[in-house]
Write a protein that binds this ligand. Structure first.
Ligand SMILES: Cc1cc2nc3c(=O)[nH]c(=O)nc-3n(C[C@H](O)[C@H](O)[C@H](O)COP(=O)(O)OP(=O)(O)OC[C@H]3O[C@@H](n4cnc5c(N)ncnc54)[C@H](O)[C@@H]3O)c2cc1C
Length: 556
């Protein structure tokens, strides 16, 4: 089934939710970028999505080989300049707003989610280098990362250090010439090796000798697959071994690698930023990556919705008014499809809204910084939860055929499932919200209150405020016990606010786009917002309920 980029919808949300026109992007550029990316992704990347899933990358001692067609499709992306959209102008990029770059990435990932993970990680590496790299590092590495000629990776995870990043053990030892010898094994490294680009720039968290324990002792290193020669071109291979690639539930097109650094004692890395400032630099990378993972929820939701709609309009079962009908005409199938539409729009609104704050914060808006900080866990966790929900409904719409691989509905479901796990699990996002971000919630609530009109939406906002007040006087365990339900409540309230705004702006509902927007927004506010209010009891419940039985009894 062909993928079509939702250009009209993206443009509308960029304008009315992300505030793109206030960021100085003129209409012609906006249209050219969205339509151009849509045409490219549908023509070059979407046709490979199925083969990526069935064939997958191949590992050998020497390298990882991508499925047939992937290298060419990636090179076409680089040649057409799609990598440069959001890259800094100082490094040869176009420097367009992050929100617009996110829309392009949404389109690429809607067409082929596995392949789009490569540029997603490269964007993070660019961010970390731009903010924390030395002038020399920037001039050596950024230009080729900015075009996508080289790709970037993010190396945190080790067998004993997943959510607990501070437990990592990879070592970085000074070599006496300003560089460091890197030694250790990282697991689950996305696009840790592949044959699509001429070099791979690994950003690796490691410990220098005598580093303090925990995250305070972490430093960030740039460790290239190929060291650069005197002309700045990839030369000698670095001492990095791809031990294996994982056999995963989904996202098969993306090689997830175990990387062993320094088996022969000759893996050279350079420090990015000061020693022990690694976690801060990595957070620069992770924060944007978190938004872009939330965006993966939008990608998969859009693709799953398009597929389910095509099937539901075609598959005939049962009758209404005496005549055989396509299943789209049955009320319960309508409910599923409208829910898919509404949740996809809601996820897009939430993530684009957060991306717009990145641009405003970069332009010096201090309020936007706080708003971004509170929106980041919401966009990551709720965006990805919605991706999973929508992909699951997509399987249901297909009936038995949804469980059969040929339809592609199952692939969306399998691909979506990693997104609530990586880039900080959604549980960790909820902990972040009720820990470091709680003081920022009232500003978000005030912004919602200034505009919300629907009584149910206002009631949900009131409920969120009640939980915030309760958390302010609660101990840490009680806050953590209610963190996930609260994250969902606050996310749905934010989406409800942004959906209600879109409904107002889309009126009168004359064109098909306006009619769909009105129907989906009304459905969201009338049916999904009240569901979230039902989570209030769980958000307010104490940790005592959860510890009513010990771990042994829980498993009895
Ligand atoms: C396909 C794939 C791609 C990946 N890509 C990368 C990559 O490119 N780079 C990279 O560095 N890593 C990558 N990862 C690793 C990923 O980020 C981790 O899997 C993730 O952070 C969770 O760590 P873990 O698997 O060790 O789970 P654990 O940390 O063991 O968590 C297990 C469960 O316990 C919960 N939990 C753990 N600690 C807490 C806590 N303190 N409070 C509440 N709940 C908690 C978690 O939420 C989760 O539900 C990838 C993983 C996969 C599967």
């Amino acid at each position: 089934m062909p993928f079509t980029a939702p250009v009209t919808e993206q443009r509308f949300v960029l304008e009315h939710v992300a505030g793109i026109t206030l960021l100085g992007v003129d209409d012609d550029i906006l249209d050219a970028v969205l339509e151009g990316a849509g045409g490219f992704a549908a023509g070059e990347w979407a046709p490979l999505a199925r083969a990526g899933d069935t064939e997958g990358p191949k590992w050998s001692e020497a390298s990882v080989t991508m499925p047939a067609g992937y290298r060419a499709a990636y090179q076409a992306y680089v040649a057409a300049g799609w990598g440069t959209i959001g890259s800094p102008q100082s490094a040869g990029g176009q420097g367009l707003p992050f929100a617009l770059a996110a829309a392009v990435l949404e389109t690429l990932g809607g067409a082929n989610m596995g392949l789009a993970l490569a540029p997603t990680l490269t964007v993070g590496a660019i961010e970390a280098l731009e903010h924390h790299g030395s002038p020399e590092q920037k001039s050596l590495w950024l230009p080729k990362l900015s075009t996508g000629e080289w790709t970037g990776t993010m190396n945190l995870t080790e067998a004993q250090a997943g959510s607990d990043v501070g437990a990592l053990r990879t070592r970085a030892t000074p070599r006496g010439d300003g560089t460091y010898g890197i030694q250790g094994t990282k697991i689950f490294i996305s696009f840790g090796d592949h044959d699509m680009a001429d070099n791979i720039v690994h950003l690796v968290l490691a410990r220098t000798p005598d580093a303090p324990a925990g995250t305070k002792g972490l430093s960030l290193f740039l460790v290239p697959k190929f060291r650069l020669d005197a002309e700045g071109n990839p030369g000698e291979p670095n001492d990095i071994r791809v031990v294996s690639i994982e056999h995963k539930m989904g996202l098969h097109a993306s090689p997830t690698c175990v990387l062993s650094f320094g088996d022969n004692g000759d893996c050279v890395g350079e420090l990015i930023g000061p020693e022990f400032a690694g976690i801060r630099a990595m957070f620069t990378m992770m924060n944007n990556a978190r938004l872009n993972v939330g965006l993966q929820g939008v990608q998969v939701a859009e693709a799953a919705t398009q597929r389910a709609l095509a099937y539901a309009r075609d598959r005939v079962q049962g009758a209404r008014a005496g005549a055989g009908v396509a299943i789209v005409e049955h009320p319960d199938v309508r409910r599923m499809l409208l829910r898919m539409r509404a949740q996809t729009m809601a996820a897009r609104a939430l993530v684009y809204f957060a991306c717009g704050q990145v641009d405003r914060a970069a332009a010096g808006d201090a309020d936007a910084r706080g708003m971004l900080d509170v929106l980041t866990p919401l966009a990551k966790a709720h965006g990805t939860d919605l991706g999973c929900e929508v992909a699951s409904i997509g399987v249901q719409v297909h009936g038995g055929m949804g469980y059969i691989e040929e339809t592609g509905a199952a692939q969306h479901y399998r691909d979506a499932r990693i997104t609530p796990i990586y880039e900080g699990t959604n549980g960790i996002q909820a902990a972040d919200l009720v820990g470091r971000k709680l003081a920022l919630v009232p500003a978000l609530i005030a912004a919602m209150r200034a505009e919300a009109a629907d009584a149910g939406l206002i009631a949900l906002i009131d409920a969120c405020e009640r939980v915030v007040t309760h958390f302010a006087g609660a101990d840490a365990d009680d806050r953590l016990a209610g963190s996930y339900p609260f994250l969902t409540m606050l996310s749905v309230a934010t989406c409800g606010w942004l959906m209600e705004r879109q409904e107002r702006i889309a009126a009168p509902a004359d064109t098909p786009f306006q009619k769909l927007k009105a129907a989906a927004c009304r459905f969201y506010v009338a049916q999904i917002v009240p569901e979230a209010q039902g989570l209030t009891a769980a958000a307010l419940a104490s940790a005592e309920v959860l510890y009513a039985v010990d771990a042994e009894t829980l498993a009895a």
